[in-house]
Unconditional design. Structure first.
Length: 229
């Protein structure tokens, strides 16, 4: 069931939100300008990779965040380092000067093996990613972990679905990802087989325990029919 939206901020709250968004857009534009200058000055035989370690939340999921998870600041749905919603988990990845194969879901873990491949040293370091020049595995389940504020949270993706789990909050939320770039993900109940696969892909918690599945009775029966339990 979708959560009711909080009323939009008024007065000083709205001015603060709008001002913060303007500052963020200005900072991003400044980075774009400096990257354009750098690109013009680079020799032709130099590869350029631009990415980021996280995005920035701007109140897109403030209501859901506040009602589902605990933030020690508290600052729900704003800033970075909290719940890995799409505004935080999705980052740009621009590559120039390196042949890149389309398909699959690239991740930050692919940056190092891609550069090593471009240097002709693919085995120089042990990495967990894949060279984008060779292609990303079609069956990859990307993982995102967040632990800076509140309880540790984990997220996993598969076939247009997303799962966020927090053991400390005793909470799990599923999403249907949009087909249109830039559109918002929709909170949704995950298909039983997808939910099981996403839980299986999540790494262990710091104490070594595995994330436990949170499924309904009907979903449990479906998992048994599919041979997951």
């Amino acid at each position: 069931m979708a959560l009711p939206r909080r009323p939009p901020p008024r007065g000083r709250g709205r001015r603060y939100r709008d001002h913060r968004r303007r500052l963020y857009r200005a900072a991003a534009a400044r980075v774009d300008d400096r990257l354009a200058v750098l690109r013009e000055r680079l020799p032709d035989d130099v590869a350029l990779v631009v990415t980021g370690d996280h995005g920035e939340a701007m109140w897109e999921r403030a209501t859901l965040d506040r009602r589902t998870f605990r933030d020690s600041r508290p600052a729900y749905g704003i800033d970075h380092g909290g719940t890995p919603f799409e505004a935080i988990a999705r980052v740009p990845l621009a590559v120039e000067g390196v042949d890149v194969r389309a398909g699959g879901t690239p991740s930050l873990v692919d940056v190092a093996p891609t550069l090593l491949d471009a240097l002709g040293q693919p085995e120089a370091l042990a990495t967990t990613g894949a060279s984008l020049s060779r292609g990303v595995p079609a069956d990859r389940v990307p993982i995102v972990e967040a632990a800076r504020y509140g309880h540790e949270k984990k997220a996993a993706y598969r076939d247009g679905w997303k799962l966020i789990v927090s053991r400390g909050d005793d909470a799990a939320v599923g999403f249907r990802l949009p087909e249109t770039p830039g559109a918002a993900a929709t909170e949704a109940e995950l298909p039983a087989d997808v939910e099981a696969a996403l839980y299986d892909a999540l790494p262990a918690w710091p104490d070594g325990s595995e994330p436990e599945r949170r499924v309904s009775g009907m979903a449990q029966q479906r998992l048994e029919d599919l041979g997951y339990v």
